[in-house]
Design a protein around this ligand. Sequence first.
Ligand SMILES: [Zn+2]
Length: 261
Amino acid sequence: MKIGDVAAIIEEFAPLSLQESYDNSGLVVGRADDELRGGVLLAVDVTEAVIDEAVRLGCSMVVTHHPIIFHPLKRLNSASQTERCVEAALKNGIALYACHTNLDSAHGGMSWRVGQMLSLRDMRVLQPQGDDDTGFGVVGELAEPMPTEEFLQIVRRRLGVQVVRHSAIVRDKVVRVAVCTGAGGSLIDDARRSGCDIYVTADLKYNDFFAPAPDFVVADIGHFESEFCAIGILFDILSKKITNFALHRSACTANPVHYCL
Ligand SMILES: [Zn+2]
């Protein structure tokens, strides 16, 4: 099996054509026609700890949600974390592959997964991109209305969230829930139009917490927390088709944001 064969399996689920114009998904470091050796390591971000882990596990490919190179690099002299990761990958013959906004937009992708984890029913796309059920975010319903505070506790438990920042609880109970993994501030109007009671997302700004009242509640669960599910999605996609290579979920992928509680 070649690196490109692994990429093809992922792209069958999340075609690169779905990625946003600013994105850099796909094979970022390495060659598609190189043989896969050892196995594939799955993580949220490429970090030096994750590359070290790949070396330890003997994996020649690391698949992440975020692309290691987002802004063009002008030099490779170990000055930044990005440069050091690219250098270490090249030195160790490790291919770096990213499945980013195409995994956000794919049917069954990131927000769908979080929606499933929150037991949403009848999910549809929050901000459709075409007419084939792709786009950013989802909206769906809980089986029955639930007190808002109770729902927030469920979000914390099921998604491993330490802190939820939320706007004023203008709904005693929630039943319709909108979700957008990652930075979802730009979808607040879509959330309003969906008629949701609560919008679960990440990376909200101060003013975003005023915007929803009196119609709904916004909850910011943290960027990493909302996107940790990428590892599970990629594992499920690849484990169905890759049987003769090891697939590892990174034990070193970590939230760069720490909380003092
Ligand atoms: Zn992200």
